[in-house]
Design a protein around this ligand. Sequence first.
Ligand code: HEC
Length: 157
Amino acid sequence: MVSSVPYDSFAPNPNTPDGKTLLGPAKGTVPRGFKPLHLASGPEEAARAGRELKNPYPASPEVLARGQVAFQRYCTPCHGSGGLGDGLVTARFPMPPSLLGEHAKGLPDGQIFHIITHGQGLMPAHGSQVAPEDRWKLVHYIRTLQNPARTARKDVP
Ligand code: HEC
């Protein structure tokens, strides 16, 4: 009982190819329901994302409301609640460009998705915090900020 016969999960193991008892998933394994994104970081890949990716969600009120919640959670500290680039941290962190400017307006949806996923310049990557579906909903919400004629819920704090 004190010293068990089998190898402990995290004990070294001379019988396995990598010397570890607990084997990793086989190469290329994808968790059920997970859609791998074949996008690397960098401006070329951002441009490719802009050409190749389409927003899979319609701009429904539910999608916009979720985009607004995600924006307020993850983006307002830097970009400000209206997307003008005047978030609270800009007292100490360089001010980001306005998301309402001509440059951001001209970015294709897929490129914005890529910027959120991998970051750009001083903006950190948000791929690990923000789920892919929320990133697409954020794109819709940004379009609403850029074009207020599109409706957004006003009752989400
Ligand atoms: C830590 C601060 C910070 C956070 C948080 C942040 N950003 Fe940014 N963002 C920046 C900065 C700084 C830039 C300018 C990057 C550069 O150097 O090109 C930027 C650039 C962008 C751009 C490109 C704008 C353009 O005209 O090129 C988009 C789109 C964008 N951010 C969206 C978002 C979204 C959506 C979120 C929330 C998921 C977010 N950002 C969170 C700081 C931030």
